[in-house]
Design a protein around this ligand. Structure first.
Ligand code: ADP
Length: 476
């Protein structure tokens, strides 16, 4: 579980990166310091070797060194680590130390008092005509930095060696190494702690976020996350969450309104039925009276059934979503022809002439649902028309959409009502008294068209009747 935590992962990643970086940096700096100090010793040894070489002279066939200038200081302290030595001749492998006067071809012609007083010598193995610097074990097994160079002076081979003790350098490096070993782990753990705290602090908003989400019920759908002060990474999450909550709230509110409107619609006919039952059963009645009551009850039941049917249709229309199974390529002209055929009788009953213009337009959708949508609009154009009026249906295309306009010669729609007629259960005051209906038809039409990627709108044309415009995307 802990491995799944962002805090843990961030800290572990930081630890790994800083471990590699800090230890790499420490090792690099250590070797840099070593090479700088050894480099400065080497350059000092180089000057010493050149200085001593300048003092070598050949006098009466003998190699002589004038030691006056350099014999003092550390060169005079026995086993100080500061040594020099001048050797004449070539070394014979394995024959060092050279014993003066023996047949060995190399011999020490001069050495510092720091060597001479304890009869010690510097290791000598090869001739180097270019200066050479190396770390060796000197007298008393103490580490030394040794510089040496061979010169040919008046035909004689003379090697000058000078050395310096590495004791101080080694002490300096050891103390630097110890400091690194103390400081680096401290920096490492301190910064890891800081990263952990920082991650914890930054992610604290997530905890608030998840507590808020966990506390949401249908009672507090209006709550929103505070966006101010959130880290920029969490801001889009909070914004999207709040947008989602607004949509949910709207949809819940819609459902609640729908439920209350539906119950309201059903309550009126139910109350009518109850009223007739109470009155009829109040006393004994003859057959004719029972018959009249039953007829009134039957009318109320028919109205009720109509409303229930519409509610079911409305719920079904909500369920259709774009691209669902059952969507097929179809000709909208055929859909409109089917809808008009269904309403032929009711149009004829009121002496209304329905005419259809246009040509075939391909759309994708659910045929039954689209017939239902078109017939709702045409049915309204007949219902809210005057006796002997006209309905003009025209199918055309524009901007990638099939456009169906339905014009009627009826009462038209007041400007103030135009925005509301697509709401569920809305019925305008003027028409509802004369024409039976549930106020659900146009909301069903809009749901079906929107589910198909289209929409419906209306334009009142004043006393000249109403115009409904349905749009559906064309199949290319
Ligand atoms: P219903 O027809 O069952 O009342 P609708 O949702 O189909 O419900 O219509 C809502 C309201 O819009 C109607 O009550 C009516 O007032 C108005 N309306 C719809 N179509 C027309 C039309 N063609 N002419 C005038 N008013 C209309």
């Amino acid at each position: 579980m802990i491995f799944a935590s962002i805090k843990f992962r961030l800290t572990a990643l930081f630890l790994a990166i800083s471990f590699v970086t800090l230890s790499g940096l420490g090792i690099f700096l250590y070797y840099q310091l070593e090479s700088i100090t050894i480099g400065s010793i080497d350059s000092h040894l180089h000057s010493e070797v050149q200085l001593i070489a300048g003092m070598v002279e050949i006098e009466d066939g003998r190699v002589k060194v004038d030691l006056h200038e350099i014999a003092a200081g550390d060169y005079a302290v026995p086993l100080s680590g500061h040594y020099f030595q001048v050797v004449e001749g070539k070394p014979i492998s394995g024959s060092w130390p050279v014993v003066d006067g023996r047949p060995a071809s190399a011999r020490i012609v001069a050495r510092s008092a720091s060597l001479g007083r304890v009869d010690a010598s510097l290791p000598f193995g090869e001739l180097h005509f270019k200066g050479v610097y190396k770390t060796v074990d000197g007298p008393a097994k103490k580490p030394l930095r040794l510089g040496e160079q061979t010169f040919v002076i008046d035909g004689r081979t003379v090697t000058v060696q000078a050395s310096e003790s590495l004791k101080d350098t080694h002490r300096l490096l050891a103390s630097y190494r110890n400091s690194l070993l103390m400081i680096l782990p401290a920096v490492f753990f301190l910064s890891a702690g800081a990263v952990f705290l920082l991650a914890r602090f930054s992610l604290a908003s997530l905890n608030v976020f998840s507590a808020k989400v966990g506390a949401i019920t249908e009672q507090n759908l209006g709550d929103r996350l505070e966006e101010k002060g959130l880290p920029s990474e969490l801001l889009p999450l909070a914004e999207n969450f709040n947008t989602m909550m607004s949509r949910l709230e709207e949809s819940f509110e819609g459902q609640r309104r729908f439920l209350s409107d539906a119950s309201h619609q059903l309550r009126t006919p139910a109350a009518v039925i109850k009223g007739y039952c109470d009155v009829t059963l109040g006393r004994d009645r003859d057959g004719k009276e029972y018959r009249e009551s039953l007829e009134k009850i039957n009318n109320a039941v028919v109205r009720m059934t109509g409303v229930i049917e519409r509610i079911l249709e409305s719920a079904r229309a909500e369920g259709v979503s774009r691209g669902t199974a059952g969507f097929k390529e179809l000709d909208l002209m055929e859909v409109v022809t089917d809808a008009v055929r269904l309403l032929k009788e009711s149009a004829q009953g009121r002496g209304i002439r329905v005419s259809l213009k246009g040509e075939s337009r391909k759309v994708s959708g659910d045929r039954l649902r689209l017939v239902e949508a078109v017939s709702n609009v045409v049915d309204n154009a007949i219902k809210y028309n005057r006796e002997g009026g006209e309905v003009l249906i025209e199918l055309s295309a524009s901007d990638g959409y099939a456009v169906l306009t339905v014009d009627d010669s009826g009462v038209g729609i007041e400007e103030s009502a135009r925005g509301r007629i697509f709401e569920r259960f809305y019925r305008s005051d003027e028409t509802s008294a004369e024409v039976a209906g549930s106020g659900l038809g146009l909301s069903i039409v809009r749901s079906i068209l929107q589910a198909h990627g289209g929409d419906v709108d209306c334009e009142g044309r004043g006393s000249a009747g109403a115009r409904f415009i349905l749009r559906l995307p064309l199949v290319s």
